[in-house]
Design a protein around this ligand. Sequence first.
Ligand code: FMN
Length: 186
Amino acid sequence: MRVLVISGASSEGNTSKQCQAFLSGLPSDWESELVSVGGLRIAHCEGCNACRNGRCRFDDDMCQIFGSFDKADIVVFATPVRFNSPSSQIKTVMDRFQFLWNNPGAVAKKRRYMTFIGSAGRAIPDVRPLISAFRSFCLGFGGTWLEHHVFAGTDSSTAGMEEVARNYAVGLSETVTAMETSSADS
Ligand SMILES: Cc1cc2nc3c(=O)[nH]c(=O)nc-3n(C[C@H](O)[C@H](O)[C@H](O)COP(=O)(O)O)c2cc1C
């Protein structure tokens, strides 16, 4: 399996540490790639729908993300919770998928699992808007939704954050392996 993590977090922050821990919890024979949006040049989608003609008007680093998305079997968005929402970096990437919405043939048609991980300052954050955004994205692109993971309460403590992210990766990989096995059997 090939896992793509698209991170819309600062490189030194909590979510970034979570991403590293998550990747370290995946099976050693799985391939993985971490794309950090912060280091990329990605313009905001302007909704011009020029991509209906097969080409986005922006020639920027989204090409790299589309290439990685094409190859991935599992796509994990990573974001800090910001005003109960995904970070603006992640939202910018999501909006640019309008290109694939208009050109679904631009990536391989295959089963892709999707979910998100993140961190939140509050002990009991309201992550419903994130679930709604990422799940809608997943289902909109024909993906199979997996249970998300948000580490809460970072304003007070981040103790255990990395261990939980690693354990979550173990659980996620076992779930996907079981789903793949059962679909191969049927
Ligand atoms: C602009 C902004 C908005 C935030 N909004 C929320 C929020 O709505 N709920 C919450 O629990 N934490 C919120 N936080 C706290 C972050 O989610 C938390 O500190 C997180 O662990 C930061 O991750 P990072 O270090 O990867 O940026 C916010 C932080 C910032 C900077």
